[in-house]
Design a binder for this molecule. Structure first.
Ligand code: URA
Length: 208
């Protein structure tokens, strides 16, 4: 079963209060999403593999360790893009892919309308971003599409997670760990997380 990590860090909790506040405007909202994403990324990268290297300091040789893994960031369009800057700040050598999905109105099946990934994505640890893990339908499908392309190592990063979404990922992709800044107990009839923070994409891009 995949792990669900929900941050209890005071820094993240304070920033979540600002994100949830309906008076927080787009500019501030976007900046805070990036900051929370960066703090979550710090938690989600704790177990990355390390390699030993020797570095010459101005004084002597030092035994050091550096991250020994190829990384990728893949935001799910559109709201996932809001988390990219925060992650790239911590992982500047990561490649960035994008994946876009919509739900077919008749079959209700997720259809991929855009996908551009690093050519060697199957060799990379992929940090998949979507701020709101609500029903989990989109994330489940996005993970499936990444696996179809040979990706073996996926970590899901979201700002807010809800029980339905977490359950769906844990049941369908038990190898994918989920990192969230907060966990809310329910969805409303429109599939919005309650109390949530509203429509993350609209608030990030000012399209409300
Ligand atoms: N997507 C959002 O932007 N907000 C929600 O509450 C659920 C899905």
């Amino acid at each position: 079963m995949s792990k669900l990590f929900v941050s209890e860090h005071p820094m993240i909790q304070s920033k979540m209060a600002m994100l949830r506040n309906k008076e927080t405007g787009s500019k501030e909202f976007r900046e805070i999403i990036g900051e929370v994403a960066m703090l979550l990324c710090y938690e989600a990268t704790r177990e990355l593999p390390l390699a030993d290297i020797e570095v010459e300091t101005p004084v002597a040789m030092a035994q050091c360790r550096v991250i020994d893994a190829k990384l990728a960031i893949v935001p799910i369009l559109r709201a996932g893009i809001g988390m990219t800057d925060g992650l790239i700040n911590l992982m500047p050598t990561a490649k960035i892919g994008h994946i876009g999905l919509y739900r077919d109105p008749e079959t209700l099946n997720p259809v991929e309308y855009y996908c551009k990934l690093p050519s060697d994505v199957e060799e990379r640890i992929v940090f998949l971003t979507d701020p709101m893990l609500a029903t989990g339908g989109t994330a489940e499908a996005a993970i499936g599409f990444l696996k179809d392309r040979g990706v073996k190592n996926i970590v899901m990063l979201c700002i807010l997670a809800a029980p339905d979404g977490v359950k769906k990922i844990q049941e369908t992709h038990p190898d994918v760990d989920i990192y969230a800044a907060a966990y809310d107990g329910m969805l409303n009839d429109h599939g919005y997380i309650v109390p949530g923070l509203g429509d993350a994409g609209d608030r990030i891009f000012g399209t409300k």
